[in-house]
Structures are given as structure tokens and as C-alpha cells.
Design a protein around this ligand. Sequence first.
Ligand code: SAM
Ligand code: SF4
Length: 328
Amino acid sequence: MLTDKFGRQITYLRLAITDRCNLRCQYCMPAKGIDIVDRKELLTYKEMYRITRVLSELGVNKVRLTGGEPFVRKDFIHFLETLSFNDKLKQINITTNGALIAKHIPTLEKLGINSVNLSIDTLQADKFKKITRRDVFEETIQTLEKLLASKLILKLNVVVLPESNTDEILDFIELTKDKDLAVRFIEEMPFNGIGLRKTNEVWNLNKIYNEIKKGYKDIIPLANKKSSTSQNYKIENYKGSFGIIPAFTRTICHDCNRIRITATGMFKNCLFDDGVFNIRDFIRNGASDNDLKKLFISTVQQKPENGFIAETNRKNKKVSESMSTIGG
Ligand code: SAM
Ligand code: SF4
């Protein structure tokens, strides 16, 4: 089993399928995009499958597939199918911008995908184009509607962006009135390929919550699932729920059960570390499954207590990579 030196058991892998993306969200990357790596530097599906299988033999039972945009990589659906044969995985979840996926939703249902986190930061077409620098609002809304009509659990990821979408926080809460979905407001992090943005406003968990309180008196706190990344609530008599993810203020580290593997095979114990081991090279140099297991067990031992310590320990001090490189 994978247990760190603070007694936290690692059961959740976030795996980046690619560093490529069809959008250029302002908070994630510069307008010209990021310097994508050569294709041969990306983990192959076979390598990803093997890494996931070995981790599942060590107790990982939940995988989130992310990126970049997972659906831009050729044969992603086929990879999902292969992964779905691993019965040690209780949940396969996907984070996507949704622009390319409407037609795949029946297949995702058939494969038993548990949930889809759809990233959508605004409900206004013009603003959407400004934030993502691409004109795919209609496609994203179509995906949202199809996901709602499907069996898949639907969560909306909304990065709270000062001077951009904070005026829509209550509109997003209103979506939960008659729709069975969970809206999750995410604190913005400096993972945008540049670093901290210049703004006087900081929208952290408290500020987001206070904004919601201005609109609603009857906010009901929900019991948080163990290792949940969000603090969850609902409005009385509303069908859906909402949550706030303190991604930047990092008050969720004490029972973290997560590890990450980037699209190039870099193992990360924490979103804020700068990568502790390149598994791709280890595999390509002939590592056996046993070697991999030993490596995972010892690497997890180095998991820092929290994201602030991870940030302090970085060799490259500036926290500025794109989330698309890391795998969000
Ligand atoms: N392309 C997919 C998508 O957008 O859903 C998956 C990858 S994306 C990097 C994963 C999540 O990270 C998205 O919900 C996105 O909104 C979030 N994200 C990206 N950059 C961020 C930042 N600087 N701060 C907070 N969240 C961010
Ligand atoms: Fe692409 Fe997702 Fe980053 Fe937007 S947040 S640029 S959709 S990887």
C-alpha cells in the first residue's frame, strides 16, 4: 500500500493524457500557447496503462484523466476502454473543457466512467471567447446539456477570476436550482505559464463564500467526503450543490490522498512541487513492475506535509508552469 510518512494513504491518481489543448484559457496559458513537448516525450498509452495498473496493485482505486485536453489526443476513447477493464479501479473520472466531447457521451456512459468535470468559467458567450481565446461556447453548452441528460455525475469547474467572472457566481448557483449538478468554484493559482497575475483582488474561499452569502440566506453545509478537495454546500430545496476548492490557500492538504503524473511521466507528490521522478525514463530503461512498485512506495514517502512546504522545496522557485503541462 502507498502510505506517506504522515499516515496518508494514496488512493487517487491524476494522470495527464497530453500537454496539448484546443483552448487557450487566460488563467492557464499565454495566448500563443505553451511550448509543447515532442510527441515521443509523452507517455504512450501502453506506459500509462502499465503505470496505472501497477499503482492500482498498490491501492490506487480512483483515477482522474486530465491534461491539457484529454480528448485532443488521438485514440483517447480506446485508452479509456482499456483502462475500464482494470477492475481494481472503482472510479475513472475525466476533467475536460467539453468542446470536443458531446458525441462521445454515450460511449463514456457505456464504459462506466463515473464523473465528468466540465470546465466552464462563464455562462456568457462573449466572455467565454475572451477567457478561453476560442469560439466554442455553443459546443461547451451542448456538452453540458448532454451530460445532464446522461447517467454521468456532472461537476462544473469554475475558476474564480477577479475582474472577469465574479459577477456570475450567483448565476452559477442558480444553475443548481433545478439541475442535478455540482458547481465548484476554484481559487485561481499562478499556474498560467507566466506566474502571479497583477490584480488587487484576491478571491479566496472566504471571499467566494461571502459573495454567495450575499445572495442566499439558507446555505446548508454538506458533510465533506474524506479527502474531498472542496468544501461543499447546497441551497435549501435546490436540486444540485456547490463547493469551493481552496486550491491556492491550500487548507485541504491534511488528508490529501492524491498523486499526479504529468504527460511526460513526471511523478508529482503535490501540485505545488516541481516533480520528483521521471517514470517514463525509468520504464524506458527497462524497469520491472517490482522496480516500479519499490519506486512508488519510496517516492510517496517524500510527499510533503502540505502545498506550502512543497512550494518551498522546489528547485525552480517560481510557480508558473501552465496547468496544461502539470495536469490539472
Ligand atoms: N483541459 C481540461 C479542462 O480545462 O478541464 C483539463 C485540464 S485543466 C488544466 C484542469 C482544470 O484546471 C480545469 O478545471 C481548469 O479550469 C483548472 N485550471 C487551469 N489553470 C488554473 C489556474 N491557474 N488556477 C486554477 N485552476 C486552473
Ligand atoms: Fe486547455 Fe483546460 Fe488549460 Fe483551458 S484550462 S487552456 S481548456 S488545459
